[in-house]
Ligand binder design. Structure first.
Ligand code: ASP
Length: 322
């Protein structure tokens, strides 16, 4: 059954008050691709719209994912990404991002401060240096040398959220709350090539210097143009411990559907990490044949799919039933 038909069933179901559970699609053989596709984590429709215009105009998957996630980095209302991101427990906004192209090249930055578009810096690392990852002051110095401007990324809203947090100063992740705007995006362009990007301000009120999964290739993002791509969101530490996105891609290489691969990665987290009831972990994947799927540990994970100008928001299946 094609992805397009899945959308149709979902929207028809909505129109007549029925819900078609994505579970019905579980294990269904992949459909043949019939055009470009853009997927992103959570509910950033604007990011998908920007990405869709780019892919429609013939841009490469790499350009598409950069353009898509930049819209969220620049949006002060998104409090988990870029400008407007919630700070660490000392009041500093520190950013992580990674990008990967169809050739298997990748670049990332972590613990980067004062630069609004970490994804563009990650791409610059990939394209102009012999390295894959730059961190902290070195990443910032590299950005400044390459024409990026330093600016204050702490908005009054994020500062006030931090001040509120300081009243109790407890670090307890709230499932789906502290995470819900971090964006991972996967795209297939008109040539059928794949790329991915992931960008975040990380967990709110984290320790100063903490780096999550998003800038770590294989954890927050992995793309193999022969097989597919995957992105992750949720508790970065849990995702790093299972090399989450790499695991999803390797499972797709072995023949699993995107949804099956994401589910198996969540099950790996469950099996290996006793505290899993207290955090969220979500994976989203796109296969080379154009089929896709997501799966989360807890209820509440959504992703946005674009195969046409109007994006569709999908609810993912989840492992824990309560
Ligand atoms: N995975 C990100 C991190 O741990 C957080 C998120 O997805 O919201 O930094």
């Amino acid at each position: 059954m094609s992805s397009r038909r899945k959308f149709l069933e979902k929207s028809l179901g909505g129109a007549i008050g029925l819900t078609f559970a994505p579970l019905l699609m579980h294990g269904v053989p992949p459909a043949a691709p019939d055009g470009p596709i853009v997927l992103s984590t959570w509910n950033n429709k604007k990011a998908n719209q920007a990405a869709w215009s780019a892919v429609e105009s013939g841009k490469s998957a790499l350009d598409v994912v950069e353009i898509g996630v930049k819209t969220v980095e620049a949006d002060p209302k998104d409090m988990s990404v870029g400008y407007g991101g919630r700070p660490d427990r000392d009041g500093n906004v520190t950013l992580d991002a990674s990008i990967m192209n169809a050739e298997g090249d990748c670049g990332s930055v972590c613990f980067l401060q004062d630069i609004k578009h970490p994804i563009a810096v990650a791409r610059k690392v990939m394209e102009t240096t012999p390295h894959v990852m730059l961190a902290g002051e070195g990443a910032q110095q590299f950005a400044l040398e390459n024409g990026f401007e330093a600016e204050n990324l702490l908005t009054p809203e994020a500062e006030s959220a931090w001040k509120n947090w300081q009243k109790e100063a407890k670090y307890k992740p709230i499932i789906n709350i502290e995470n819900h705007d971090t964006i991972g995006m996967l795209a297939m362009d008109k040539n059928g090539d794949l790329s991915g990007a992931c960008t975040t301000s990380g967990l709110a009120f984290k320790m100063h210097g903490r780096v999550g999964d998003s800038p770590i290739i294989g954890a927050g993002l992995f793309v193999d143009n022969e097989v597919g791509g995957a992105v992750a969101t949720g508790m970065g530490e849990a995702i790093v411990k299972v090399c989450g996105s790499f695991l999803v891609v390797e499972l797709m290489r072995q023949g699993r559907t995107a949804e099956e691969a994401c589910k198996a990665a969540v099950e790996r987290v469950v099996k290996k990490q006793k505290g899993h009831k207290d955090f969220q972990v979500c994976f989203l994947a796109l296969r080379k044949d154009g089929t896709y799927g997501g799966y989360a540990l807890h209820k509440g994970f959504m992703y946005v799919v674009s195969t046409q100008a109007v994006p569709t928001v999908m609810d993912s299946l989840h492992y824990l039933k309560s």
